[in-house]
Ligand binder design. Structure first.
Ligand SMILES: C[S@@+](CC[C@H](N)C(=O)[O-])C[C@H]1O[C@@H](n2cnc3c(N)ncnc32)[C@H](O)[C@@H]1O
Length: 308
């Protein structure tokens, strides 16, 4: 179905054919349609922002992110993460699908608690397997809705030439059983409560060109080398960097509950934001702190990096 816009005297409204205008667009007809019955935005009545404890600002906490008891309710602004994939990588436990989704649910319930009203949550995830294919991105989107997040959209991360495409074609040049080879991952985007966040005097840092490009739903970025970072599944710095520019203000606090090698922390510092993270594995926590410290040695900024 092609849904478009029709011109009205003072703007446009949704119609069943296309126009190219989108000035003063009135979308109330669409949102009042039956499609949205029982699927309204979930509001959050607590607009209060609590103070974030200084002693854990810019630190990586060794521990399980299912309980982020050090972090007060409504006290940070953006969550960016790539959860463990539970596909028997070095750090993965061999959890059943139910146990795995339960772990993620506990972490995202905590994420919802600690985000301020209007705070955003961004989850990078790849779908796995073929027999059958496990649409983890779908399971997570559904889970986030159940928790009470509003979904804003999803970004397809096109991993481009660096995708390391599998050679498992299934049946070669035959309809008998061709197998898809993923060259993409997902970044699922949610808000707690309001879609809009008030700047309250904080500054933006995104450029016009970046805004034009990064509001598009397909991002092409090369993956990070696991060897270089000494972690089996790092994402490229570009990934949290773009999300931080797009979805946060300067001086905001960015959470990564699965900190891994510290990529989100470095991107936050490079963007004049603060971070806090959890990492359950002591060795990875050390790797991330080393990476952050290496970055800070090159920078005049002083941050509160705790080590064991
Ligand atoms: C996919 S990796 C994150 C990689 C990270 N984005 C980076 O760029 O390095 C997931 C990380 O979550 C950690 N982890 C697994 N379960 C956890 C839990 N319950 N709480 C905190 N960290 C956990 C793993 O040790 C692993 O380092």
């Amino acid at each position: 179905m092609a849904t478009g816009l029709i011109s009205k005297k003072n703007g446009t409204e949704t119609s069943s054919f296309g126009t190219n205008g989108r000035i003063n667009h009135d979308s109330s007809k669409f949102y009042n349609s039956k499609m949205y019955e029982g699927f309204n935005s979930i509001s959050n009545n607590n607009a209060r922002e609590n103070e974030f404890p200084k002693d854990i600002l810019n630190t990586i906490i060794l521990g399980n992110a299912e309980k982020m008891e050090q972090i007060p309710d409504n006290s940070l602004h953006l969550m960016i993460t790539s959860p463990p994939y539970n596909v028997t990588k070095d750090y993965d436990e061999n959890l059943s699908l139910k146990e795995y989704l339960n772990l993620l649910k506990n972490v995202f319930i905590e994420t919802h608690r600690v985000l301020v009203n209007g705070g955003r949550a961004c989850v990078n995830i790849a779908n796995v397997g073929r027999k059958p294919y496990l649409p983890l991105s779908d399971f997570i989107s559904q889970m986030m809705l159940e928790i009470g997040f509003n979904m804003r959209g999803e970004i397809i991360w096109n991993k481009g030439a660096g995708a390391g495409v599998s050679m498992a074609w299934g049946s070669w040049q035959s309809a008998s059983n061709p197998v898809l080879r993923d060259v993409h991952e997902y970044i699922l985007i949610f808000s707690k409560g309001d879609y809009q966040r008030k700047a309250n005097g904080k500054e933006n840092s995104i450029t016009k060109e970046q805004f034009m490009e990064w509001t598009k739903s397909i991002w092409t970025m090369n993956p990070e080398s696991a060897k270089k970072v000494k972690h089996p599944a790092p994402f490229p710095e570009e990934l949290p960097y773009r999300l931080i520019q797009l979805y946060s203000f300067k001086d905001d606090i960015i959470l990564d509950p699965f900190m891994g090698s510290g990529t989100t922390a470095i991107s936050a510092l490079k963007s004049n934001r603060n971070f806090v993270g959890y990492e359950i594995n002591k060795d990875y926590k050390l790797i991330s702190e080393k990476r952050v410290n290496n970055y800070l040695n090159k920078s005049p900024l002083e941050f509160n990096i705790k080590s064991e």
